[in-house]
Ligand binder design. Structure first.
Ligand code: PMP
Length: 322
């Protein structure tokens, strides 16, 4: 769907997948005025195809758009665009258990103009799709690297927005994590490099017996929809959940004393994944025995059960597509 200042959204169309032709001066190439979303279509027990909380993605898309000086898209249009794409061929949604169709709505600035003083006056919103397995093998604990050299987001910046530039600036730290023998980078706060924020593409939860703690939304981390769902699911499972602040010293001390029993990461792609070990420039520790714990397993099963239709959808999160 195209957008032109003064005219609004126009020319919605369904097209075969293929290359785009864009002027080399197109604004997105130079100033990274771009944002995206990520969600999945699931083949439910019984055969229906459904997505999970697409209106939450629509709302976050518009939050990102406002930060990037881009036009908002009506939430209804966002959700309809996903429905139309999946309804084109429901066979695109994998039948393999645990697999799904990943949906990638995104928006780019399309005005061919090199001036930096004002945002583009034209935009294009698109949706593409790709079959997906879970990001990490279910239950395999990931190892994480604490990034003290780089910062993902600073107050007043774009940390809460899902814009491509955040990810471009993160690759160097992710590469460093891999060089350190870890799977993923953990980002810390910008001023002290001490308080835990989030992972490369996931939010984090810390488990103290039956109490969950997740870093509060301070504006520098992405308000994950999986994170939000787990905050609601916790009480269904007899757990308490709170948002707060956790330093790396508290993380290490909790893991070493055994008070901190489990840590997991969560996100659309990662689902719910245990964190087994942590490494930083001057410290390293493991969590529990380094394998997936019972709270992480229960939360994963509950969430996946709702998404695939084998557990009751008490919160009304499942959105039937066809
Ligand atoms: N943080 C970052 C930086 C991410 O890219 C993602 C994936 N969208 C998440 C957290 C998790 O968000 P969600 O649960 O909405 O997928």
């Amino acid at each position: 769907i195209d957008y032109t200042e003064g005219q609004g959204w126009h020319d919605a169309r369904l097209m075969p997948y293929g290359p785009l032709s864009l002027d080399p001066a197109t604004a997105v190439f130079h100033y990274a005025q771009e944002l995206f979303e990520g969600l999945k279509a699931y083949r439910q027990e019984g055969g229906a195809i459904a997505s999970f909380r697409p209106y939450a993605n629509a709302a976050r898309f518009n939050l990102s758009a406002a930060r990037m000086a881009m036009p908002e898209l009506p939430e209804e249009t966002f959700v309809e665009s996903l429905e139309l794409l999946v309804q084109t061929d429901r066979e695109w949604v994998p039948t393999t258990p645990g697999h799904s169709l990943y949906l990638r709505p995104f928006m780019i600035a399309t005005q061919p103009a090199l001036g930096v003083n004002y945002p583009s006056r034209t935009y294009r919103y698109m949706v593409i799709a790709s079959p997906a397995a879970a990001y990490f093998g279910a239950g395999r604990p990931v190892s994480v690297w604490l990034s003290t050299e780089y910062t993902r987001a600073a107050p007043g910046g774009t940390g809460f927005a899902k814009c491509g530039g955040n990810y471009a600036a993160a690759f160097v730290a992710q590469r460093q994590a891999v060089e350190q023998g870890c799977d993923q980078v953990v980002w810390l706060d910008a001023s002290e490099h001490r308080y835990v924020e989030e992972m490369g593409g996931m939010n984090l939860f810390f488990v103290y017996g039956d109490r969950l703690l997740t870093p509060a939304l301070t504006g520098t981390l992405l308000p994950g929809i999986t994170r939000d769902s787990i905050l609601s699911l916790a009480s269904d499972l007899g757990l308490t959940a709170e948002e707060g602040r956790l330093s790396i010293e508290e993380w290490q001390a909790g893991a070493e004393s055994g008070e901190l029993t489990e840590v997991f990461a969560c996100g659309t792609a990662a689902v719910v994944t245990p964190v087994g070990s942590v490494k930083g420039a001057d410290r390293a520790w493991t969590i529990g025995d380094g394998t997936q714990g019972p709270v992480t397993s229960r939360i994963r099963e509950e969430l996946v059960g709702i998404q695939y239709g084998s557990r009751p959808d008490a919160h009304g999160w499942v959105h039937k597509i066809c």
